[in-house]
Write a protein that binds this ligand. Structure first.
Ligand code: NAD
Length: 445
């Protein structure tokens, strides 16, 4: 099928590339000319494992191209996907400016009947407005129907997720339009769930709100475990074996970040307020997460009394491993608090450093090698569990630091990993410091 994708960000580009991989003819449109220039040269403007290779393969096969021009991009297309950003506005609601601009441009430039497919995460009722806007801007005697097709990919494994997702949700109040989107997706071989437009819009917010709730829940249990000498890993395993609970998303840590959970939970609270509904639970999830982001700073202050003048290495700046996305990364709150406390902050990330420079406080210094960060530091904070960081932090801290002390915000290591290492190790929901001290005392005796 001939498809246009509007927006070449994390979702739009991956969607375009994957749809071309299953045989569709895809044109990706973006208003950012630098991005399109790069894409035309075969360079991906974002870091996503496997993306550039798959993009090149399909470009060379003639199934994928890029343009800033809506007339060229929409020509002969049967389906037009909207995959532009829906960032958080100041009042917490989703900012729909980009979505509505895209809808207007679709109306102004289509010359045949199309199905408009919304991939962007949008509040309940938005797709109906998208259709109105497309129809109100038509220049030709054509028609558009809308389908909500929310995206569930995870940055860092977006390609893998696109081919192996749990479900594809297709929400439409127009059967024929829903059938076309089902046909487009059929080659993925992923179970398809057909719903109404409103249900599909709600599914996306409900899914993210539920996952965020799971994270805040396990983090509260971790905080309580620290105060009761329970071990959160054992607790998570114990509850996760109950199939009603499930063992995924039970990793205690310094909270969720990224381009989706923070803004989508805020937007759902706003959606509720607009319907005079007080979503108590979700508000608590958000405030628990805010507090959790800086848990390591509080732990370090408790340990040292003051952080003034302390050299602290932040390992992992992106909001999660395998991405260069810095949106709502925990490193932002942590770096700000540490700088306020008078600490010297050294930042290291395998991929996201250039993006980090744009959002972290200007006082942060950056190094290109993890060794450098650890060598310069008196204290190490693990913020993101990149493979390299997990593999090297203990070894290098033990090797290069005078008094190795690691605060691990992602619980990367087990007691066995720490055995025989003279490292003071403080993690989340586990009483590791006491264990290490005991070992040292035992060794001294
Ligand atoms: P992004 O900010 O990475 O990319 C958006 C792109 O849209 C940019 O390249 C921008 O230049 C382009 N754009 C904006 N207005 C345009 C217009 N009028 N015409 C053409 N291009 C335009 O955003 P993203 O992270 O890909 O997210 C897109 C949507 O998908 C959001 O609603 C988000 O909530 C949702 N989503 C994101 C993820 C994720 O992991 N990033 C996962 C699921 C859903």
């Amino acid at each position: 099928m001939k498809i246009a994708i509007i927006g070449t960000g994390y979702v739009g580009l991956v969607t375009g590339v994957c749809l071309s991989e299953i045989g569709h003819e895809v044109t990706c449109i973006d208003i950012n000319p630098e991005k399109i220039e790069q894409l035309k040269k075969g360079i991906s403007p974002i870091y996503e494992p496997g993306l550039e290779e798959l993009m090149e393969k399909n470009r060379e096969a003639g199934r994928l191209d890029f343009t800033t021009n809506y007339i060229i991009g929409l020509k002969d297309k049967e389906a037009v996907y909207i995959a532009v950003g829906t960032p958080q506005s100041e009042d917490g609601a989703a900012d729909l400016t980009y979505v509505f601009n895209a809808a207007r441009s679709i109306g102004q430039n289509i010359t045949r009947d199309v199905v408009v497919v919304t991939k962007s995460t949008v509040p309940i009722g938005t797709n109906a407005k998208v259709r109105q806007l497309v129809m109100a801007n038509l220049q030709d005697n054509v028609c558009a129907e809308v389908v909500s097709n929310p995206e569930f990919l995870r940055e860092g494994s977006a390609i893998e997720d696109s081919f192996n997702g749990d479900r594809i949700v297709i929400g439409s109040d127009h059967k024929g339009a829903g059938d076309i989107v089902a046909e487009i997706n059929e080659p993925f071989g992923i179970p398809i769930l057909r719903t109404s437009l409103h249900s599909a819009e709600m599914i996306k917010y409900a899914a993210n709100a539920f996952l965020a709730t799971k994270i805040s829940f396990i983090n509260e249990i971790a905080n309580l475990s620290e105060r009761t000498n329970a071990n959160i890993e054992e607790v998570a395993r114990g509850i996760g074996m109950d199939t009603r609970i499930g063992n995924k998303f039970l990793n205690a840590g310094i909270g969720y970040g990224g381009s989706c959970f923070p803004k989508d939970t805020q937007a759902l609270v706003k959606i509720s307020e607009e319907r005079d509904y007080d979503f108590h639970l979700l508000k608590s999830v958000i405030s628990v997460n805010e507090n959790q982001k800086t848990a390591l700073v509080r732990k370090a202050k408790e340990r040292f009394g003051t952080l003034h003048g302390k050299k602290i290495a932040l390992l992992g700046l992106a909001f999660k491993p395998e991405t260069d996305d810095m949106r709502e990364a925990a490193s932002i709150s942590v770096a700000r608090e540490l700088i306020e406390e008078g600490a010297e902050v050294i930042g290291y990330d395998p991929i996201a450093t250039e993006n980090a420079k744009k959002v972290l406080p200007e006082e942060v210094q950056y190094v290109d090698q993890i060794e450098e960060a650890i060598k310069q530091a008196e204290v190490v904070f693990i913020l993101t569990e990149w493979k390299e960081i997990v593999e090297k932090t203990l070894i290098f801290s033990n090797l290069f630091m005078e008094k190795p002390i690691v605060f691990d915000g992602r619980n990367c290591y087990s007691n066995e990993d720490l055995a025989n290492l003279e490292i003071e190790y403080i993690s989340m929901g586990r009483d590791q410091v006491t264990n290490v001290q005991e070992r040292r005392v035992a060794a001294a005796i």
